[in-house]
Design a protein around this ligand. Sequence first.
Ligand code: NAG
Ligand code: NAG
Ligand code: NAG
Ligand code: NAG
Ligand code: NAG
Ligand code: NAG
Length: 300
Amino acid sequence: MRVFSALQYLPVFISVFSLSWVTKAQTVPVMFYSFGSEAGDTVYTADGNENSTVINLESPFVFFGRTYNNIYANINGYLTFKQPSSDYTFQYFPINGSEDIIAPLWTNADVSGNDIIAYQQYSSGDVLTRTTQDINHYFPNLSFRATWVLVVTWDQVDYTYQSNAASLFQVVLVSGSDVSFILMNYGDCALTQNMVQAGFDTINSTAYYVIPGSNNGTLIPNLMNSSNVNVPGRWVFRVNGGSSLQENVMGIQLRVTSFSDLTLTKNIEIFLKELQEELVKYGLPDSVKLNLRGIKKAQP
Ligand SMILES: *[C@@H]1O[C@H](CO)[C@@H](O)[C@H](O)[C@H]1NC(C)=O
Ligand SMILES: *[C@@H]1O[C@H](CO)[C@@H](O)[C@H](O)[C@H]1NC(C)=O
Ligand SMILES: *[C@@H]1O[C@H](CO)[C@@H](O)[C@H](O)[C@H]1NC(C)=O
Ligand SMILES: *[C@@H]1O[C@H](CO)[C@@H](O)[C@H](O)[C@H]1NC(C)=O
Ligand SMILES: *[C@@H]1O[C@H](CO)[C@@H](O)[C@H](O)[C@H]1NC(C)=O
Ligand SMILES: *[C@@H]1O[C@H](CO)[C@@H](O)[C@H](O)[C@H]1NC(C)=O
């Protein structure tokens, strides 16, 4: 009878095991670059501490005019360049601090969990071909050719007090043709009560970006459906800085209370200056330059 009861218990154990595995696994969206030990990545596993792993770059990376040879991938979901960082409580961007930061999803990770950071650098092969195609698609006039790519993936990221989050996100650093880019890819990221933020910031915040909604934990699951390049879950930024700052085109519609001819250069200069002052109030750096692309009169 002992043997019989042991057999009865066995299937129960097996199903509990596979159930917890199934809830953790998630489909990896197609725009992700392959990652993990199967892809040949170096895999760093959380060991209960707020650790970081240093990546010695095979090719220097230029981030807003500064050239770096090392990157620290920090367990709480962000990259730093000068030193490792264990901060899980943080200031929101713009910090106006002394660090350059790339934060695909900065939050309070549960470092006792299954979190891994997987990374790999590429200087030849399919990954460069793919990156070259992607960047030329998003920035069609650059004739870009990728010569170096670093893929860093955070997988199975649980949050402190939320051990079933199992969030997945990735950042891809790209260099070539004297420019640099970052791509951020989001899989299924769980909502969180913790502080959270996605974007990048620079020393003295001369350039920074916060993905809209990404600093509100309840909106984190939306990241997988949001984009600035029309690919759900992907955000792409040109980050070399210097003379070739990122150009964004925006359309605005306004109703004017008194008529002034906006096709006259003098009027448009006054208008752009006022618009710039307004945007700076909403957090744009005051170094931002506005240029008129076109103007169209609509019926009132
Ligand atoms: C992680 O950090 C702890 C505490 O600072 C340290 O003892 C440990 O060696 C670190 N582990 C790794 C893999 O760096
Ligand atoms: C940024 O910090 C510097 C001091 O390091 C200060 O002079 C400057 O006013 C700050 N800028 C903003 C926008 O807070
Ligand atoms: C890119 O180049 C094409 C033709 O070469 C031109 O029509 C288009 O306006 C350019 N786009 C930008 C954003 O400069
Ligand atoms: C940042 O601002 C501080 C204080 O204004 C200044 O001393 C420093 O040179 C600036 N750093 C950079 C990299 O611009
Ligand atoms: C976060 O987003 C939710 C849903 O849109 C909203 O109800 C809430 O007020 C937001 N919280 C903050 C702090 O903005
Ligand atoms: C994201 O889009 C997918 C496919 O359209 C949808 O199934 C999912 O519910 C969306 N997620 C969120 C958080 O909006």
